[in-house]
Design a protein around this ligand. Structure first.
Ligand code: ATP
Length: 296
């Protein structure tokens, strides 16, 4: 987590994630899919400002179509904290959305994680990270990872996390102007008939060996074909990324954002300029490994 104490409270940088892999390895009796995925944070973040107030929860965002009430996962995070720890007073939360919404980049989950961490810090509750991650899991499968940060292997429904060192690359993100419902993608997935599963072990080894070519070759997301069937544009963007010299390209999460990995900044910048002409929500960022980078 990276935060700044401000005069009035705390500012948290809530970072987006990409999936270097996403596998569905089973379905539990309660209907949840058992996942295995390699998650990597990137340096694209929402700015979450949190401060104490006398009472209640007040949430504001700078985005018209993100709700400001109980439907906002960051609001739910504040509710959970206040109830569970019987907190005094209230909280005001301002979110500057830079992460595209309903994109497969865990924007909402990152905001919720920021609220849990920020309130913990501001009220000096000293809740251990593990406990905060358990609370986060009640809000969404990606929230525990957003609390952990950096890069990790996530298993179970997202709660079993093994930190890894991750990759250090340029990442080109491109989101077409369509929103994808995660629930709908999972509903359309028949996991028993999935043809191509990622080789997670091999991918982990390639990451450990810093063999970016093997990492790029091993990118795989079992939800990709499902979303591509619903939105063929996703396939076109992936093809364009490869045409524009990405080492590898993949849809993140349930989509529709597609990312491309680049070692070479000039190639990445050229690809960015070309895609940006067509898709407004195109970003060129670096992977983020956690801790202070000293350049912000
Ligand atoms: P994930 O990868 O965790 O599924 P996502 O990137 O696909 O996340 P989000 O950006 O989290 O999707 O948004 C999904 C839905 O949640 C949107 O329809 C949005 O209205 C709602 N939502 C609730 N809270 C937030 C928030 N803080 N930021 C963005 N969207 C939110």
């Amino acid at each position: 987590m990276q935060e700044i104490e401000t005069a009035k409270g705390i500012k948290i940088y809530a970072r987006a994630k990409i999936n270097l892999s996403l596998d569905v390895v089973g379905k539990r009796s309660d209907g949840y899919h058992e996942l295995r995925m390699i998650m990597q944070q990137v340096d694209l973040y929402d700015e979450v400002d949190i401060r104490k107030t006398k009472s209640g929860i007040l949430l504001k965002t700078d985005c018209d179509f993100v709700p400001n009430d109980e439907r906002n996962i960051a609001y739910q995070a504040a509710q959970l904290m206040m109830k569970r720890y019987r907190m005094d007073g209230g909280v005001e939360i301002h979110i500057k959305k830079n992460i595209p919404v309903a994109a497969g980049l865990a924007g909402g989950s990152a905001d919720a994680a920021a609220v849990l961490q920020g309130m913990n810090q501001l009220w000096k509750l000293e809740i251990p990270q593990q406990e905060l991650m358990q609370i986060g899991l009640q809000l969404g499968a990606d929230v525990p990872f957003c609390i952990l940060g950096g890069a990790a292997l996530a298993e179970g429904i997202g709660e079993k996390l093994t930190p890894i060192k991750g990759i250090d690359q340029w990442v080109l993100l491109c989101k077409p102007n369509i929103g994808v419902s995660t629930q709908e993608v999972y509903r359309n997935l028949d996991w028993e008939t999935i043809q191509d599963h990622p080789d997670t072990q091999q991918l982990l080894k390639a990451i450990e060996d810093e063999n970016i070519y093997e990492v790029a070759g091993g990118l795989c997301n079992v939800l990709e074909t499902v979303t591509m069937r619903m939105h063929p544009l996703v396939k076109d963007i992936k093809a364009k990324m490869m045409e524009y010299n990405a080492l590898g390209s993949l849809m993140s999460g349930s989509g529709p954002t597609v990312f491309g990995l680049y070692k070479d900044y000039t190639k990445a910048k050229n690809a960015y300029l070309k895609l940006r002409r067509i898709y407004q929500q195109t970003y060129l960022v670096k992977t983020y490994s956690g801790g202070d980078r000293g350049d912000e």
